[in-house]
Design a binder for this molecule. Structure first.
Ligand code: 3PG
Length: 396
């Protein structure tokens, strides 16, 4: 993969694929993390005299212009964050309006294009649409790992039409993920939580072949406990997944990966803030109770096992962390991974929207070695799949 640092950009039009798909409320950006990630690239290109053209999708408008999904408010936020660099906005991402905005740029200037997904050609990876985008640049840079699992015109097609490079955020993400799974310092532990086994079957199947310890939490663990024949009361679980779960357990045994399931749980009659809770062994879950978090013995066991590991990978909360007090197990493990990272030299990599929210709530995000803002792309990478946006940069 060619890095943009090595390219001559002075006076050139550089088309940057960013992921500006950021949370907003009432037309204001509520979390600018993804913008912050691409700013170093934009600043650097601007300083090196490039004419910087930024493009992104925003939401899922399905090929039509939907005013609530305009990137204008996001462009305003970028302008605020990049001041005094002047930031323009083009009301379309291809065609005459886009060309006029790009042609008006001085070296060092920045222009944000309107939402790519206002055109159906983006998601269809349509050749003519990719060519129309390519007309706006001399060089293409992809700095949007979190959109790299999409084979779209701005992430895949265009990489074959212009000299294509990876930006610094894309490179750090690829490097962190490679360290975690392709050539990790072993033993490696993966902590996987979340509600459903069915959405993470491919993740679990890939991980049991690559990691030494697989910790399973969240409602997903209930399905495993149920298949093992334990009574799980009224807990959320997925019926019909017995074969899948058994296959994962068999594969784990064959590859020498140990699966760690909760040994105790925080239970309550319902998932409600402040509900009366009890700690129970998983051999003793009352019929009318729901498992909503891992218990203290499980936290202690996970912590003890992590102390032997050099690499920890995390996706998915271990309990219903959004509703107090059911986040305590997830937060305790998060604090322990953070401590082991800072004091024990463990390399810790986490990703996924819920996971990042849980780490933020535990106040330990900054202590992790790497936290990915990617959702779907992080999961597909955990599944061992090649991401089209990354593959296109490799072959370019
Ligand atoms: C994300 O938010 O995960 C990326 O921006 C991809 O968005 P998408 O799932 O709508 O393609």
């Amino acid at each position: 993969i060619k890095r943009i640092d090595s390219a001559e950009v002075n006076g050139k039009r550089v088309l940057v694929r960013a992921d500006l798909n950021v949370p907003t409320a009432d037309g204001k950006v509520t979390d600018a993390t993804r913008i912050e990630q691409v700013l170093p690239l934009i600043r650097d290109l601007s300083q090196r005299g490039a004419k910087v053209v930024v493009m992104s999708h925003f939401g899922r408008p399905k090929g039509k212009r939907v005013e609530e999904m305009s990137l204008k408010p996001v462009a305003d936020k970028i302008a605020e964050m990049l001041a005094p660099i002047s930031v323009h906005f083009a009301p379309d991402c291809i065609g005459e309006e886009a060309k006029a905005a790009v042609n008006a740029l001085e070296p060092g200037g920045v222009c944000v294009l309107e939402n790519l997904r206002f055109h159906a050609g983006e998601e269809a990876n349509d050749a003519a649409f990719a060519a129309a985008l390519a007309e706006l640049g001399d060089i293409y840079v992809n700095d949007a790992f979190s959109a790299a699992h999409r084979a779209h015109a701005s992430t895949e097609g265009i990489a074959h039409l212009l000299p294509a490079y990876a930006g610094p955020a894309m490179m750090s993400e690829i490097e962190a993920l490679t360290i975690a799974l392709e050539k990790p310092h072993r033993p490696v532990a993966a902590l996987i939580g979340g509600a459903k086994v069915s959405t993470k079957i491919d993740v679990l199947s890939n991980l049991v072949e690559k990691v030494n310890l697989l910790v399973i939490g969240g409602a997903m663990a209930n399905t495993f406990l149920h298949v093992e024949g334990r009574g799980i009361g009224n807990s959320l679980f997925e019926p019909g997944e017995a074969n899948t779960v058994e296959q994962i357990i068999t594969n784990a045994t064959e590859s020498g990966c140990q699966i760690l399931l909760p040994k105790d749980a925080v239970v309550a009659p319902e998932l409600r803030k402040g509900a009366a809770t009890e700690v129970r062994s998983v051999t003793d879950i009352p019929d009318d109770a729901m498992i909503l978090d891992i218990g203290p013995d499980t936290v202690a066991e996970i912590s003890a096992r992590l102390a032997d590991c050099h690499t920890a990978l995390w996706n998915g909360p271990l309990g219903a962390f959004e509703v107090a007090p059911f986040g305590e197990g997830t937060f305790a493990v998060a604090r322990e991974v953070a401590r082991l990272t800072e004091e024990g030299g463990v390399t810790s990599i986490a990703g996924g929207g819920d996971t990042v929210a849980a780490l933020n709530a535990a106040g330990v995000t900054d202590a992790f070695s790497y936290v990915s803002t990617a959702g779907g792309a992080f999961l597909e990478w955990l599944e061992g799949r090649e991401l089209p946006g990354v593959a296109a940069l490799k072959s370019a």
